[in-house]
Write a protein that binds this ligand. Structure first.
Ligand code: F6R
Length: 616
């Protein structure tokens, strides 16, 4: 979850590294640091807090150099402090490293090094790597061989970049569990955890494979695979990459990403639908060349994910069971990894992830691949992510880069992908007439327009958010397929506004949570036009009878019939049942966003969180 950037050039690279770090801040932002080789020495600067604090510190005490590494941290071992910030350096200052990931056996390695008389200046796991390097460095061996020797002692997941003062025009990068990309310039080269950070300097990239180690010089990059054999890196040119690092006319990335949803939902479904005159059909091959044959055999679906992506899986369960008639279970990745879960016959293992690098989701996929699942599928927003590379089948959502830590457009595009998966499964199993398939796809195509309509409620929702600034708790209610939408609403509110929020399927209230309801407890409910509306209505009346303050997002088609006196009710354009979970998510996202803005929290980078959770 930390971000790494490195550069080897013939010019001063400090500016490149700092700009790279700013673009990587979504990965972690507890502290930041940079180390540069200058006149045969390594100079370093580190600060607690965001990259701008480092930029200010460097204005007062500048450093420079044409080879260097930089890091933005999300603390795992040791609190955010200058001492714990990366780069870490050897005692005599000849080596500097930056690291993303966790060294699981660091305590044992540290103890051995301390016994040898080596003293540590931080509480991090990373520092053992730099001392191991210094302790075993053989000046007759090459840069790569010296690094390789140490890697064999490390257990855990890491992406690493190392510089040594004796190699002023080179750096060594390693990928073992955490992604590393190499960026190619002219007479200069770069490394990073993510292409985004290097877009100002190049659009040509290679992705290291698991276990690869690369020697990056001014004019060439030499890579070795896990077995030590030299390997050829394929260079990909990213053309016309939209620069996601710009907020445009918006105040926050999250706000921009909420408003991008009509477009990205459309981008996600358009490559999965074939239109012939008035008839629409789903392109099952969008999931992989052999998807149709595989899907025809599926008897069970297991969806595994974390956080918001897990909520998308919970919605998908309703769709797949209803339209394809296949039973589905949905599991939290960090839980199923450690359980002896029974694998039903012919089960399709589906992982969902925005980043494709979430440690628990990836580990669950790797485990599943060793077990007797029919096949594995990744629904993911990052095409070159580990999850996509390792799953048998894949579907890339077209959300574009998501910078806000709180997931918004990734969620609604995951839901879009799940509708296409549902129809692909149903079609491959002959569960769907051609007419029904066409009708459901037509409904999906209405989603962007309806989402746009809800976005126009922005100002009204902003006014509502003012009621919540002084609140400490909130309860979200939904029924059926809207329960996961309520869960997602509660997650958004708590993660960016720090208001404690819970979500319940409304029928569960009287089994305990109703005890919490009083005048200080606002209740936010989603009320679409579905068969559970009447049930929801009685649940809401129960809340009202206990003095709870109701805020209801209700479908236009039923708003007149709903017999409750909500403090505020927001009428949403009539929404077809299939896409109601996508459309009803939008007001909840806007609501959380505005509450957070009113409260003055850091919307895009809320405390204690990071965008890509690459540690367990
Ligand atoms: C919440 C959020 C997280 C992620 C979770 C999984 O807004 O973003 O809950 O959904 O960390 O991440 P991915 O989808 O990248 O696997």
């Amino acid at each position: 979850m930390c971000g790494i950037v490195g550069a080897v050039a013939k010019r001063d690279v400090l500016g490149i590294l700092l700009e790279g770090l700013k673009r990587l801040e979504y990965r972690g932002y507890d502290s930041a640091g940079v180390a540069l080789i200058h006149d045969g020495k390594i100079e370093r600067s580190r600060t607690v807090g965001k990259v701008n604090t480092l930029v200010e510190a460097l204005k007062k005490a500048p450093i420079s150099g044409s080879t260097g590494v930089a890091h933005t941290r999300w603390a795992t071992h040791g609190e955010p402090s200058v001492k714990n910030a990366h780069p870490h350096m050897s005692t005599v200052g000849d080596i500097a490293i930056v690291h993303n990931g966790i060294i699981e056996n660091f305590a044992e390695l540290k103890e051995k090094l301390i016994k040898k008389g080596i003293s540590f200046s931080s509480q991090t796991d990373t520092e053992v790597i730099v001392h191991l390097l210094a302790d075993s460095w053989d000046h007759k061996a090459g840069f790569v061989d010296n690094v390789k020797k140490v890697l064999s002692k490390l257990k855990g997941a890491y992406g690493l970049c190392v510089i040594h003062k004796d190699y002023p025009d080179q750096m060594v990068a390693v990928r073992s569990g955490s992604p590393i990309v190499i960026g190619y310039g002219i007479g200069e080269n770069f490394i990073s955890s993510d292409t985004l950070s290097l877009l100002p300097v190049t659009n040509r990239f290679s992705y290291l494979d698991e276990g690869d180690i690369a020697l990056v010089g001014l004019d060439n990059v030499v890579a070795y695979d896990q077995s030590g054999q030299e390997t050829t890196l394929v260079i990909e040119e990213l053309d016309s990459v939209k620069d996601a690092a710009s907020k445009g006319r918006f105040k926050h990335y999250m706000q921009k990403e909420i408003f991008e949803q009509p477009e990205v939902i459309e981008n996600t479904f358009s490559s999965g639908i074939f239109e012939d005159g008035d008839h629409r059909s789903v392109l099952v091959e969008r999931f992989g060349a052999n998807a149709k044959a595989l899907f025809s055999e599926v008897e069970h679906v297991r969806i595994v994910a974390c956080g918001t992506s897990y909520h998308a899986g919970m919605v998908a369960k309703f769709w797949i069971e209803k339209y394809a008639g296949i039973s589905v279970d949905v599991e939290i990745a960090s839980e199923i990894r450690y359980r002896e879960a029974v694998i039903p016959k012919k089960s399709l293992f589906v992982t969902v992830s925005q980043s494709g690098e979430t440690a628990d989701t990836l580990a669950a996929l790797r485990q599943a691949k060793k077990k007797r699942y029919l096949s594995t599928l990744a629904i993911c927003n990052v095409a070159n992510s580990s999850l996509v590379r390792e799953a048998d089948l894949s579907f890339i959502t077209e959300a574009g880069i998501e910078m806000g830590v709180a997931s918004t457009k990734a969620f609604t595009t995951q839901l879009t992908a799940f509708i296409l998966l549902t129809l692909s499964l149903a079609k491959s199993q002959n569960q769907l007439t051609k007419e029904k398939e066409s009708e459901l796809l037509k409904t999906l195509q209405e989603a962007p327009k309806l989402v746009k309509k809800v976005l126009s409620l922005d100002k009204e929702i902003e006014r509502l958010s003012m009621d919540f600034v002084e609140k400490h708790h909130a309860l979200f209610l939904g029924r059926g397929v809207q329960y996961p939408v309520a869960l997602e609403g509660a997650l958004k509110l708590k993660e960016i506004s720090y208001i404690h929020a819970e979500a319940y399927p409304a029928g569960e209230l009287k089994h305990g949570p109703l005890a919490l309801v009083d005048r200080d407890m606002p209740i936010i409910a989603v009320a679409p036009n579905d068969m559970l509306l009447e049930k929801l209505e009685s649940n809401l009346q129960e809340v009202q009878a206990r003095g709870g303050e109701l805020y209801v997002f209700v479908d236009h088609a039923v708003s007149e019939n709903l017999n409750i006196a909500a403090k505020h009710s927001f009428v949403i354009e009539a929404v077809p049942e299939l896409i109601a979970p996508i459309v009803f998510t939008i007001p909840l996202q806007l609501f959380s966003y505005h509450v957070a803005v009113q409260k003055g929290t850091d919307v895009d980078q809320p405390r204690n969180l990071a965008k890509s959770v690459t540690v367990e």
